[in-house]
Design a protein around this ligand. Structure first.
Ligand SMILES: NC(=O)c1ccc[n+]([C@@H]2O[C@H](COP(=O)([O-])OP(=O)(O)OC[C@H]3O[C@@H](n4cnc5c(N)ncnc54)[C@H](OP(=O)(O)O)[C@@H]3O)[C@@H](O)[C@H]2O)c1
Length: 305
């Protein structure tokens, strides 16, 4: 039995509920994990709101929040290879079991062992923000020296894209609000405050010839405004990006990507910039901050608190 934060119906934050649930039993492709830390992501409130029924529309209530976790393997399904009881791992809860919880089920093929040196809080940010940043940069495949604009650089994915892009030798510029200047500049990126005036004019002043590519983490009008400045566009969240000549990121949710990001963290190429950690009984506060759409860096639920 373990504590969990979930929701009793689709809706706003008032449908969230804390409850005890029996440890879930792993299916053949799953591992049961004692959660040490869980990442907090916009997808969590989108699922709670019922905006992505293809992922959770058929699951029974209460559903548990959260898509990613790091922890220790407690049991292994019979078809899972490469993982054993006692391993420290990180992975995706593509099982529907949620991760704002003391125990969960991760999908074996979307779970990787993590180096001893990697703290669980960092590892918990690898599946969503870390591997999304990796996927988007692999997809763009830009040569060193290329210029990259990151729209919404100050959130979980943006700050990871900034660092991994700099690691590849790209010249990075990013849009964020005023309070994120220090965070953004700490990655070596040029900071453009989109609240300080006409963002397109501010960006043109930085890059009169435009940008070789744009990674969009915001979508909507903010994407449409800056899209003409870039020669290649990938959005991670706006499925209408084709209307401005871009494509949606192709996500891989495999073990190899998790291992690559873990290695980049250990080598010092990627710091998830966790700006706050929360105990499980205050996980609702973390999600509310992400739901405000202006979280800074990554927020993580730390089960040791
Ligand atoms: N396709 C995938 O697999 C995938 C994976 C991860 C995330 N996503 C999606 O990608 C989006 C971002 O995810 P995330 O984890 O980075 O979210 P996050 O950590 O909540 O960060 C969002 C950031 O957007 C910034 N922002 C909001 N409006 C902006 C604007 N007009 N211009 C520039 N920045 C703006 C906010 O910073 P300011 O305070 O500076 O505005 C905030 O830091 C979400 O919609 C998420 O669902 C998709």
């Amino acid at each position: 039995m373990g504590k969990a934060l979930g929701y009793k119906a689709f809706g706003e934050a008032d449908v969230q509920v804390s409850f005890d649930r029996p440890d879930p039993v792993p299916g053949p492709a799953e591992v049961l994990v004692r959660v040490a830390a869980a990442g907090v992501n916009p997808l969590d409130h989108k699922l709670r709101s019922g905006h992505v029924p293809s992922l959770n529309g058929e699951l029974p209530f209460p559903q548990v929040l959260g898509m990613e976790a790091a922890g220790t393997v407690l049991a292994v399904g019979e078809d899972v290879t490469g993982l054993a009881v006692g391993d420290r791992v990180t992975g995706f809860a593509l099982t529907g079991a949620g991760t704002y919880a003391e125990t969960t089920l991760l999908l074996g093929t979307s779970t990787a062992r993590i180096p001893d040196a990697l703290p669980a809080t960092w590892a918990a940010t690898i599946p969503v923000a870390g591997t999304t940043a990796l996927d988007v940069l692999d997809q763009l495949d830009l040569p060193a020296g290329s210029s990259l604009l990151v729209n919404g650089i100050g959130g979980g994915v943006g700050i990871a894209v900034a660092q991994l892009a700099r690691h590849r030798g790209l010249v990075v510029t990013g849009t964020a609000s005023t309070g994120k200047r220090d965070l953004v500049e700490s990655t070596g990126a040029t900071f453009v405050d989109y609240t300080a005036g006409d963002v397109v004019e501010l960006l043109r002043a930085e890059a009169p010839d435009g940008f070789d590519a744009l990674v969009d983490n915001v979508g909507g009008d903010a994407l449409r405004a800056v899209a003409p400045l870039a020669r290649k566009i990938v959005s991670i969240g706006d499925f209408s990006v084709g209307e401005v000549g871009g494509v949606v990121v192709e996500r891989r949710v495999d073990r190899a990507g998790l291992e690559r990001v873990a290695q980049l963290m250990v080598e010092g190429a990627l710091d998830p910039h966790i700006t706050a950690t929360y105990p499980l009984d205050r996980a609702d506060e973390a999600l509310a901050l992400v739901e405000s759409l202006h979280a800074k860096g990554k927020l993580v639920i730390d089960l040791s608190l």
